[in-house]
Design a protein around this ligand. Sequence first.
Ligand SMILES: [Zn+2]
Length: 72
Amino acid sequence: MSHTIYRCDACGNRTRFDVYESKRVRVFQHFTLGGDMTIEEEEVLDRAVERVVCRWCGSSTAVVAASPEASA
Ligand SMILES: [Zn+2]
């Protein structure tokens, strides 16, 4: 699955961000009769990035998504 690269236009940060994201997942939980549980499969049904905050300057409005190929 691809991921998004971010860039902060306020301070130039491109490496450190707090990403606030909500996810809806289907999880296959496999229980033993003894009560132990292992997750055997997890499928992301829906995900939404709500907010991305720059770790350097704390801005959330100046952060923009950039494509991985763009290196300028
Ligand atoms: Zn910043």
